[in-house]
Design a protein around this ligand. Structure first.
Ligand code: AMP
Ligand code: FES
Ligand code: ZN
Ligand code: ZN
Length: 310
């Protein structure tokens, strides 16, 4: 198999792009796609500071690597959710990545901020781990970016993630979500701009990019991901992609062309949470602060039950 660009030995075949690439040209393609998405969607400039949310997985670490290589001012943020050994291992991988390259990684612990790990919170709030995780991650990411004075918050969502989210939104014809599904969400008050520079790059390309560049990432998935709807949607799309290459990329690209036909939800008036000062649509305290109160009440009850309270 020969590289479509230079004719040397190719290491990957990208049927959806009609390309076979050698390591050098795979790296060049990935970086060009990222730069292209940043410019096309006006994600951020070289003068702005970007906070990359890193999970220890291939996408976010590769994204951080690419942004610094392209000369952007990018620091990292790792949220330690306290999901047993999985969180410990992903934190170690993220810290090792930052240390090897002399990059700044902020580490925020959910237990420190909320008073409970995600596993404890799931028991206390009797919710689904992934949905609670989404709520607390979104809050902590935005707060870290806002307090750190960053102009943009970047996540490693790739083509496979975005196509699966899109399929999920279409299956429910969720117009509000469809209108908001975009590679960049503008800033609004204390809500920092959200950007996804990897939207047009597939999981396979990102894995190959890491391998070629010696980026060590955690190969393990979050234990709560098993059975999650997003995994099923990705499986369905992979089957379609095998049969009809470029299904995912055209699904997403064509959607972006017609997206403005969907009605955005009525703008909700945001106010400041009386407890933490961050924006919220909820009456009174924000969802994070309400969860925090619930955790605190639970801790009090547990102390009472054990007869050790004052
Ligand atoms: P996921 O929701 O796990 O598919 O992750 C999507 C993106 O969210 C990743 O590419 C990261 O940018 C970010 N992310 C996920 N988990 C964490 C974490 N624990 N700390 C910081 N960022 C994260
Ligand atoms: Fe959030 Fe798995 S990473 S539940
Ligand atoms: Zn080549
Ligand atoms: Zn709050």
């Amino acid at each position: 198999m020969r590289c479509s660009v230079c004719g040397r030995e190719a290491v990957i075949r990208l049927r959806h792009a009609g390309l076979r690439l050698c390591p050098e040209h795979l790296v060049a393609r990935v970086e060009k796609e990222v730069e292209g998405a940043i410019r096309r969607f006006r994600m951020f400039s070289h003068e702005e500071r970007v906070l990359v949310a890193v999970s220890g997985g291939k996408d976010s670490l590769a994204l951080w690597h690419i942004l610094t290589k392209l000369g952007y001012q990018a620091d990292g943020l790792y949220i330690d959710l306290g999901i047993g050994g999985y969180s410990e291992r992903s934190r170690e991988v993220s810290q090792a990545f930052a240390e090897e390259r002399g990059l700044t990684l902020h580490v925020v612990s959910l237990a420190g901020q909320l008073g409970a790990t995600l596993d404890e919170l799931t028991r206390i709030a009797r919710g689904k781990p992934c949905s609670l995780c989404g709520t607390v991650k979104r809050y902590l990411m935005n707060r870290a970016a806002w307090e750190g004075g960053y102009q943009a918050l970047a996540t490693g969502h790739n083509l496979d993630d975005e196509a699966a989210t899109l399929l999920g939104n279409v299956l429910r014809w969720d117009e509000g979500y469809l209108a908001r599904q975009y590679p960049v969400l503008p800033e609004e008050g204390k809500l920092v701009r959200k950007v996804k520079p990897l939207v047009f790059l597939s999981e396979r390309e990102m894995a190959a990019y890491c391998l070629i560049n010696g980026i060590h990432y955690l190969h393990e998935d979050c234990p709560h991901a098993q059975g999650a709807r997003s995994i099923v949607l990705k499986g369905v799309l992979n089957q379609l992609e095998d049969r009809y290459p470029s299904t995912k990329i055209s699904f997403l690209r064509q959607f972006l062309k017609v997206r403005d036909r969907f009605q955005p939800p009525e703008p909700v008036l945001l106010h400041e949470c009386p407890s933490c000062g961050m924006p919220t649509a909820a009456e009174g305290a924000c969802r994070f602060c309400r969860l925090k109160e619930r955790v605190a009440r639970h801790a009090l009850r547990v102390t009472d039950d054990h007869g050790t309270s004052a």
